[in-house]
Structure formats: C-alpha cells, structure tokens
Ligand binder design. Structure first.
Ligand code: ADP
Ligand code: MG
Ligand code: ZN
Length: 495
C-alpha cells in the first residue's frame, strides 16, 4: 500500500478527527437484566432470557448505569437530558441474539459537552457531541484461521456473557486544527478519558481487556478547503499507542490516495498492530439502514434536576485542573512534566504519591522500570502488571533501607513475573540488604585478604581506595550489602 511521508501529507492536507470511545461500566449487573458482568467467567455462564433475547423476556434499566452515564456526562461538561428514551438499532449479527441492540439515538442522556487536553504545552479543546447508553454485544471467537478474524476461519464460537453489559459511547464533534499534532491529540484525549473514567470509578478502563475501546475517524481536507473530506473509521483500536499510530498511518494512506487523484471510501477499517497498517473492513451503513425506533419495552429515563445536582457534587477533580495542581506540588522541571504527560503517567504518579511515595521516586520508577516493561510487552503503563500502590510499596522498602535501588529493580521483575507483592518478592528472592555486622564483617575480611595492595593504600591514608573493596564486597554479596556500613567496617579495620 502506498503512503505519503507524514510531513508531505501535512504540507498539503489538514486532518480532521472524530473519536468514538466505548466504555464498559463496572456495574455488578448488566444494563437490562440481573446477570453478572464479571470478566473472564467460563463462556455462556452469565446469561438469562433477557440478555439472550428469548421471546417474552423484558428489559429493566440498571439505575446504577444511568447514574454512571450522568456522572460521565457531567464530567465532560455536557448538558443532561431531562427526558430521553432508548432506541432499537436493528441489525443481524450472531453475537447479538435479539437482532437489535438497545441503544440511544437522537435522545442521548448527555450532549453538547467539551473537554481539554494538553500536548507539548499547548491546550486543545475537544467538543463532545454526545454520551449515550447502550448494551454490549457478545463475543465471537473465530477458530482455525491465521488472523483470528472471520475470513479464513473454519468455525466460530459464541460467548454471550458480554451481551447486555452496560456501555457508554462518547462521541466527539469533528476535531479540527490539530494539524501535525492530530495523532498525539487523539492519544492525549483517550488517555485523559481513561484517567477521568477511572477517577469517576465507573469503569476499570482496561484497553487490553476491551473495557475501553476507541474507533478513530479520520479524514483529510486540502488546506484552505472549507468542506470536510470523506472519513474512514478505524475500529476497536485497543491501546493508547495504537490510537496514535493508526491515525498517523491513516493520514499518510489517505494523503497518498488523494494526491494520486483517487477518492476515499466511507468505510470501516481494521488496525494491524504488527504491521502498522489499516485494511478495509465494511462500507459504512447509514443511520436509516438501522431502522432506529424508540424502544417500546422501556419507559423513558427522566432524571430530576436535584438528582443530577447531587451527582455533580460527586465529581472528581477535572484532569486539566489536576495537571495544574500536580505541576505545582511535584516540583518537576518543565521537561520532566512534559515527559510524564506524554507517557500518560500523570494519574499513575498521582496515585503512587497518594500511596506514600515521593513524586520524584514515583516518576523515576514509572518512566524507567515500568516503561521498559510496558514497551517490551507492547501495553500501556497502567497495564504493565504493577499498581501505583505496589510501586509506592517498593519505594517504601528503599526508603527504610530494606533494599537499595538496584535490588528494587529485581523486585519490579518479580512483581511483573507474578511472584506476589513487593514484600513477598523480597522474601522469596532473599533480596533484603544485609547490614548485619557479622555477615558483613566476614565479607570485608575476605575482600581485604584478597586485595592486600588496596588494603595497604587505605592504611597509608588513601581513603578513596576503599571503593575497590566496597565493590568486591558488593560483588561477593550479590549487591545486597549495605554499602554505607561496609565502608565504615573497612575503614575501622584498616585504621
Ligand atoms: P457512526 O455512527 O457512523 O460511527 P458517529 O456520528 O457515531 O457516526 O461518529 C462519527 C465520528 O466521526 C464523530 O466523532 C464525528 O464527529 C466524526 N466525523 C464526522 N464527520 C467527519 C469527517 N468528515 N472527518 C472526520 N471525522 C468526522
Ligand atoms: Mg458510532
Ligand atoms: Zn441476563
């Protein structure tokens, strides 16, 4: 597939983006029935007549899901509908047994909001078109093909556990004016949403488990043009990094098509993490194709104003305000703060600090040990396999001198490898620093005996030569000696 170099594409075209983010709510039960929403249960063990769409079953709205929808809407500065209905979106797919999805169409619970993100010190405003409630579909597992997609598969398995899990779809208005920064603005927006949703405690927002999913619409318009170009919609981009990469790729692909005189097809596309390209999916159906109509089995949702105001009072600190606060509190340099924002680590560091770590230590661990692990495994920092509380626990072990920085790296490895909590890893791997004079004394004596020339230098007053002996003791004790105490012992013995 031909692509135009990114700089060339941006010299000719302005990208326009539209982001549709689906978030699975963390309610205990489903949107319209009492089935559990627990992730990872054996297939088809969390179903009932309602979420399987059996004849005669009737949906009932989950009040907690409505509450979460309103809180999300408020956090995104949306207006909240005083009266709205669900709608049936009609289409066939095997993972959707009712043959329609209960969604919201022209009466979303939340609409006309806005939010802000920061990229490289610049603020970008993102307008929110709507946030509406709907239900998730089941999951198809296509078996036998090379790609896991339906094409080439021998057969498909269906798991209806996810059917009816509450979803909120958050849709932006077209995002213009980000220019070459468009892919980064998109990533910053999804990062901000993830942090916000986590702070609202409405979802566990795990992109790799699909509880936060992003569809990225991209179009290009020639500079100076006044009308938007035709968009493509890249579906289910499932990491923050992929949001940025897939949009960047799609800009270069569309630019090549357009400069060669071709046209963009309104279609969905698939993102391929391994090859870094998008390929065509299906051509987009229009709203009429779905034959939306108001859901006759459900009463309208009419949240009264007092309740909405009650919910407004439960909102967490907005991400932009938090960024202002932490940049004052943490005392990072501008460059450090920018790296932290670019890495999507503000929330993680904030929580690590809340768990007792210093800000500098939290920054160091998230941007070194955890970032390395996340890069190796191709996941986001938050999904690298360690929690902010555990990072704070490791730093506490460093602070109380149970371990040193070097040993701490091994504790990170142990936690990543699933060996337990930091304290458990220290015990199981025997990582604690030895400061006991008995054990240290023996190792110091051995080092002195093995290096008589160095010992003589120290005796004659060249105290800085002690470094060589400390190194020998450290090596002997696999890095676990208390370096300060070793130095003292050497000087005592040789004075
Ligand atoms: P669909 O149901 O087809 O997914 P939506 O309205 O739910 O449509 O979402 C389309 C998304 O794309 C919205 O975020 C919208 O702002 C955005 N969008 C609309 N037109 C364009 C365009 N020409 N280029 C880029 N994004 C667009
Ligand atoms: Mg849509
Ligand atoms: Zn059910």
């Amino acid at each position: 597939m031909t692509v135009l170099p990114y700089e060339d594409a941006l010299a000719t075209f302005d990208p326009v983006l539209g982001l549709e983010v689906h978030v699975e709510l963390n309610t205990a039960s489903k949107m319209f029935c009492g089935c559990s929403t627990e992730f990872g249960a054996p297939p088809n063990t969390q179903t009932c007549p309602t979420c399987l769409g059996l004849p005669g079953s009737l949906p009932v709205v989950n009040a907690r899901a409505v509450e979460s929808a309103i809180r999300i809407g408020l956090a995104l500065n949306c207006s909240i509908a005083s009266w709205c209905r669900f709608a049936r979106k009609n289409y066939f797919y095997p993972d959707m047994p009712k043959n329609y999805q209960i969604s919201q169409y022209d009466e979303p619970i939340a609409f006309n909001g806005w939010t802000e993100v920061e990229v490289d010190g610049e603020t970008y405003r993102i307008d929110i078109e709507r946030a509406h409630m709907e239900e998730d579909t089941g999951k198809s597992l296509h078996v036998g093909g090379a790609t896991g997609r339906i094409h080439g598969a021998e057969y498909s398995l269906l798991d209806y556990n996810r059917c009816g899990v509450p979803l909120i779809e958050i849709v932006t208005k077209p995002i213009e004016g980000a220019g070459e920064k468009a892919p980064e603005v998109a990533r910053a927006y999804v990062t901000m949403l993830r942090d916000l949703l986590r702070a609202l405690d409405v979802s566990d927002v795990r992109m790799e488990q699909g509880s936060l999913r992003c569809d990225a619409n991209v179009s290009l318009m020639p500079k100076q043009a006044t009308e938007f170009g035709t968009r493509t919609e890249t579906k289910n981009v499932n990491s923050l990094r992929s949001v940025e990469r897939s949009i960047r790729y799609e800009i270069t692909r569309q630019a090549a098509v357009l400069t060669e005189g071709g046209t963009i097809t309104l279609e969905t596309r698939h993102w391929h993490e391994d090859t870094g390209v998008t390929t065509p999916g299906r051509s987009k159906e229009s709203a009429e194709d779905y034959r939306y109509f108001p859901e006759p089995d459900l009463v309208p949702v009419a949240p009264d104003e007092a309740w909405v105001e009650e919910l407004r009072a439960t909102l967490p600190e907005p991400p932009a305000a938090r960024l202002k606060r932490v940049s004052a509190e943490w005392g990072f340099t501008e460059l450090e703060l920018r790296d932290v924002v670019a890495a999507g680590a503000v929330d993680l560091i904030d929580r690590t600090v809340a768990a007792g770590s210093s800000a500098q230590a939290a920054r160091k661990w998230w941007l070194s040990e955890v970032a390395r692990r996340a890069n190796e495994t191709g996941v986001d920092l938050a999904d690298a396999g360690i929690t902010p509380e555990q990072v704070a626990e490791i730093q506490a072990l460093v602070d109380d001198k149970t371990i040193n920085d070097k040993l701490a790296r091994q504790v990170f490895d142990g936690v990543f490898a699933g060996e337990g909590t930091p304290a458990e890893v220290v015990t199981a791997r025997g990582l604690a620093v030895v400061s006991d004079d008995g054990a240290l004394g023996a190792a110091v004596d051995a080092a002195i005996n093995a290096n008589p020339d160095v010992a003589d230098k120290i005796k004659s007053g060249k105290v800085q030569a002690a470094g060589a002996l400390i190194g020998a003791v450290m090596k002997e004790m696999r890095g676990q000696a208390d370096a300060g105490r070793v130095r003292e012992l050497i000087l005592e013995k040789l004075s």
